[in-house]
Design a protein around this ligand. Structure first.
Ligand code: 13P
Length: 342
């Protein structure tokens, strides 16, 4: 393991004013997104859509530090035969790969899941490294519900798997994105989200320590502290920013180069406003940026809707969201900028 190299990649992933595009939807998930647009989910359509994103010059070269790919995509070539990985690299961005194999029911914990994919992971990492991946992602899912959810069993098992994945990545020279996501589904309030997120992050860093993961060579991808979608008690942008920063300060060592949030079902503008507010509350011990899937892709997906004549409009929409989030990553976003674009 070359620590200096891992640290260099991790720092580049969270470089000032830049963040990560999560384009690693599994075949099932991208099909759901395409279904809402009336687009058939074929390998070529998936390739065309992603090629369009990776060819969005300004977004990719100025605001997107890295792209998380799915197994199919890392092997695909653009229409002109250029591997998609090369398009990303040419734009000055870093290719990465989702390596978890999704969730399965967790025994004796009804309603809860564990993320699988450790078996054979070392061999898969070696292959992905050969295909150009410099970093990887593994997502664990922690739900909040009435009663005993989340259970200690669920948090312990998932954070342990994440730490084992992270250690394997580093041993193979790949920077792990560690993503223990506390879901925002459900009716819980923001303080319950705080409490669960705190426990998840405390256990996560304990597990990383026991697996001997080098914090300087990883990126944390957490949820923000927000009320559940069905909660009647909404929270202001400042409350989300303050509570999220408080829990991160309490749980995430300063040795971690950066924290790149997931959007998790927030609206595009909420995800941007929250990130911006946090960056205004600095100085912070780590870089704070985005690793958004939905909040970067909603707008371009809708604009594209599977039609080649819409590519330019979709690229404009992607450029815009990438720029808004790039500004938020340094606390320089303004709501006016959204209105002007609309
Ligand atoms: P969202 O931003 O849509 O939550 O996706 C981020 C991600 O990579 C989830 O694993």
């Amino acid at each position: 393991m070359n620590l200096a190299e891992l640290n260099k990649v991790a720092e580049a992933m969270v470089a000032s004013g830049r963040g990560i595009l999560a384009a690693d939807e599994s075949t099932g998930t991208i099909k759901k997104r395409f279904d809402t647009l009336g687009v058939e989910s074929t390998p070529d359509n998936r390739r065309d859509y992603r090629e369009m994103l990776f060819r969005t010059g300004d977004a990719m070269s100025k605001y997107i530090s890295g792209v998380i790919l799915y197994d199919e995509t890392i092997r695909q070539a653009a229409k002109d035969g250029t591997p998609l990985v090369k398009l990303i690299e040419k734009a000055g961005s870093i290719p990465g790969i989702k390596v978890d194999k999704g969730t399965k029911p967790l025994p004796f914990c009804p309603g809860e899941v564990v993320t699988e994919g450790l078996d054979g992971l070392r061999e898969r990492l070696v292959e992905y490294r050969g295909l150009g991946a410099k970093f990887a992602k593994w997502r664990a899912v922690i739900d909040i519900a009435d009663g005993a959810i989340p259970s200690y069993t669920c948090i312990r098992t998932n954070t342990h798997a994440l730490a084992r994945y992270a250690a394997l990545c580093q041993d193979e020279g790949i920077v792990p994105i560690v993503e223990p996501e506390v879901l925002m589904d459900g009716g819980h309030d923001i303080d319950r989200c705080y409490q669960v997120t705190e426990m998840v992050l405390k256990l996560q860093f304990e597990e990383l320590y026991f697996q001997r993961v080098t914090l300087e060579g990883m990126v944390l991808k957490p949820n923000m502290v927000v009320p559940g979608k069905k909660s009647a008690k909404r929270a202001s942008v400042d409350e989300v920013a303050e509570k999220t920063l408080r829990v991160l300060r309490a749980c995430v060592p300063a040795a971690v180069p950066g924290i790149a949030f997931l959007s998790g079902g927030q609206s595009d503008e909420e995800a941007t406003a929250h990130l911006d507010a946090m960056n205004r509350m600095g100085p912070l011990p780590w870089r704070l940026t985005f690793s958004y899937g939905r909040a970067l892709q909603h707008a371009p997906q809708k604009a594209w809707s599977g039609k080649s004549e819409n590519v330019a409009a979709a690229q404009r929409a992607f450029n815009h969201r990438a720029m808004m989030n790039g500004l938020a990553a340094t606390g320089q976003w303004k709501a006016d900028l959204e209105r002007k674009a609309a």
